[in-house]
Ligand binder design. Structure first.
Ligand code: BGC
Length: 672
């Protein structure tokens, strides 16, 4: 018996020793070995987790900072989203309110990488654990459309440098932006995030911002690649476009940005292009993006974008965000049953690890959570004033040098819109209203009128139901009709009138033509009656447009003396507008998107947002699920000025338009 036992022991010993050695052999560490060795040591399950994110725990704060509303919104949203892996959910988020994170594997020294929205600032929760003593507010930069209107790549790069610093100091590795889809149609709900109707402007502004941000050693994700030009049915619309239109208009900006700035990542879009999901298109993500343009980074999906995880892997969409356990399992099963070549998974996982290697998380960067918000606010104000466009200035109505007491009309003068809604919205500590901006610039705002507006806005808001989710659009309070006596009195007791017209839009819905692209009859009346009353008293009227996308101007622009297109200028809005109105800043912004005379003049008007392929589509749509639909880009390359110029269609204000307080004389061009 003893003999047997001894023989068995001698037989087993080497195996036990080998097993012990394997156990003790340290796993390859990402810092010390090559990415290849790490990938070789990982199981299929681990690699599948590496290419799918950790899910969405929390959508980020709601539009208001009400805790109860936040919690219930989060719970409702969670119930609508695919479930997260319970094990992942236990891992505390490094940056609460960030949009997502990748899986970490401590045994291989692979840290978690954190990504956050969005193009106009770092979108994270402003408070943590209900502790109001320390806040995490971020700078709300001017929206994309305004930045593009500066045409100033040096300034945009400067914004990028400061923005990137904030990303890094708040512990984020990659910002989900810039966003550079084309302004195909002014009703596009996210146009405020995007730059222009022109891909060359879009691509160059993107490259400048990316170069600035990435100079901090943090990454960007240029989005949404590609042809994501509408919000209606965004997850299910099939964009039908010619190869030429795609190449020359919808892909061109991305090509320029990739070649000039090598963003760390590209985000594929939700929509189909000519029948294939963008996130599942090998042609788009591998042949064009990588092989033709030389993109070296990683491709991630938009949140819950696409359907087929295996097709996404095969197409070169390396990272599925925010990632679900179902996707992970699908990938594992596909490798095991040989419908997905493990080599492809290895390539995708390799790109994730290359991204990890570059991240601040991997460098163990100790973020301070205290970026220099005061310095960034100054830069935000400066950039905002640089992108504002003077559309009209009769008889030098502006700058307001002698006028000191102002009658301020329009709800958004008192409740200014810093930026659009949805994931592009930033949790900022404050927004300077126009009223505050004017007061700080030394103007007096007439009090009785102020009271009328403040009372009216407070009443209207108290009757509204609170938004359920962060992405729910809260449109500006509709304008009120003011009594003729009020106008006459204001015209007598003040030096000039300012009327602000506001518009807001955002992720999840496109704008409407009626009362959104066009002004409401009350708004038009307001401009006309205020102009009549003030002109009768020999005083000037200035209209400020606090909008994220193009509106109709032709029917009312003759009434006021001056029109300043202020866009959505970020958190320093009121100060930046006052800087231009007062002449502290000479306006130099130029339109990067044409203002058509009528909506029907716009080449895509007949084909926006396309047609539902099921009956009663509009009733069946939800934020996360569109209905099958298609949109044909019949206008081809004739988008914006390419159309207006070629077909000699008159615009209200053309691409490139913008006045200044200085008069310029152009002489004959000479080569020197
Ligand atoms: C948006 C993206 C955003 C992502 C994460 C999506 O709904 O389309 O632009 O980056 O959510 O919040």
């Amino acid at each position: 018996m003893k003999k047997y036992f001894l023989a068995l022991l001698l037989f087993c010993l080497p195996f036990a020793m080998i097993a012990q050695t394997i156990k003790n052999t340290p796993q390859p560490q990402l810092s010390k070995t090559t990415v290849k060795q790490v990938i070789a040591a990982m199981t299929i399950e681990q690699k599948a987790k590496l290419v799918t994110g950790m899910g969405m725990i929390m959508p980020g704060p709601t539009a208001n900072n009400d805790k109860k509303a936040n919690d219930s919104a989060a719970a409702t949203l969670r119930s609508m989203l695919p479930p997260t892996d319970p094990e992942d959910a236990k891992i505390t988020e490094k940056v609460p309110g960030a949009a997502g994170r990748t899986h970490g594997f401590s045994q291989f020294n692979i840290p978690i990488v954190t990504v956050a929205d969005g193009p106009a600032g770092v979108r994270i929760s402003p408070t943590r654990n209900n502790d109001a003593s320390k806040t995490y507010y971020a700078t709300a930069w001017p929206v994309g459309t305004l930045l593009a209107s500066t045409w100033d790549t040096l300034l945009v790069k400067k914004v990028g440098i400061a923005f990137g610093n904030e990303i890094k100091e708040y512990g984020v590795d990659i910002i989900l932006g810039p966003a550079l889809n084309i302004h195909r149609n002014p009703l596009g709900g996210r146009n405020f995030e995007y730059y222009s109707e022109d891909p060359v402007v879009s691509g160059n502004i993107t490259a400048a911002l990316v170069n600035g941000i990435q100079s901090n050693g943090v990454g960007t994700s240029i989005k949404h690649f590609a042809a994501n030009n509408q919000e209606t049915n965004r997850n299910s619309v099939n964009v039908i476009a010619s190869e030429r239109a795609l190449r020359e208009i919808y892909l061109k900006g991305f090509e320029i940005a990739v070649k000039k700035s090598q963003p760390w990542t590209v985000m594929s879009s939700y929509n189909y292009i000519n029948g294939a999901y963008a996130s599942e298109s090998h042609d788009l993500l591998t042949n064009i993006l990588r092989k033709e343009w030389g993109f070296k980074g990683l491709v991630m999906t938009d949140w819950f974008g696409g359907k087929d995880a295996v097709a996404q892997m095969k197409s070169g969409n390396d990272l599925l965000m925010p990632g679900t356990p179902v996707q992970t399992k699908t990938i594992v099963d596909a490798v095991k049953n040989k419908t997905l070549d493990e080599k492809i998974l290895d390539e995708n996982a390799t790109r994730v690890l290359q991204l990890v290697l570059a991240s601040p998380a991997f460098q163990k960067y100790k973020n301070t959570n205290s970026p220099d918000l005061a310095a960034h606010a100054k830069l935000s104000r400066m950039a905002a004033s640089e992108g504002m466009i003077l559309l009209k200035n009769n008889k030098q109505a502006l700058p307001l040098t002698s006028a000191k007491k102002l009658a301020v009309f329009g709800n958004t003068s008192y409740d200014i819109i810093a930026g659009g809604t949805g994931s592009g919205d930033v949790n900022k500590a404050y927004t300077v209203s126009l009223l505050q901006g004017l007061s700080s610039a030394g103007y007096t705002v007439e009090k009785d009128l102020q009271n009328i507006y403040e009372q009216y806005i407070a009443d209207a808001k108290s009757k509204r139901t609170k938004p359920k989710f962060f992405f729910e659009l809260v449109p500006p309070v509709p304008e009120q009709a003011l009594a003729a006596m009020v106008l006459q009195k204001e015209a007598i007791i003040t030096d000039a009138a300012i009327i602000t017209i506001g518009r807001n839009a955002g992720e999840g819905a496109d704008r409407e033509v009626e009362n959104d692209f066009t002004l409401s009859s009350v708004e038009k009346d307001l401009i006309k009656t205020v102009s009549d009353a003030f002109h009768a008293a020999g005083k000037k009227v200035i209209v400020v447009l606090n909008i994220g996308g193009v509106i109709e101007v032709n029917s009312w622009r003759d009434y006021p003396d001056a029109i300043l297109l202020a866009w959505q200028p970020g958190m320093e809005a009121g100060n930046a507008i006052a800087d231009v109105l007062s002449g502290k800043v000479n306006p130099s912004g130029k339109l990067a998107t044409s203002f058509a005379v009528n909506y029907d003049d716009i080449p895509s008007a007949k084909n926006f947002p396309g047609k539902d392929l099921v009956p009663d589509g509009a009733k069946k749509r939800s934020f996360f699920g569109g209905v099958p639909s298609e949109v044909t880009y019949e206008e081809g390359i004739y988008v914006g000025y390419r159309y207006f110029n070629t077909f000699k269609i008159k615009t209200a204000y053309e691409f490139g338009y913008g006045l200044s307080y200085t008069n310029f004389k152009y002489g004959e061009l000479k080569f020197i």
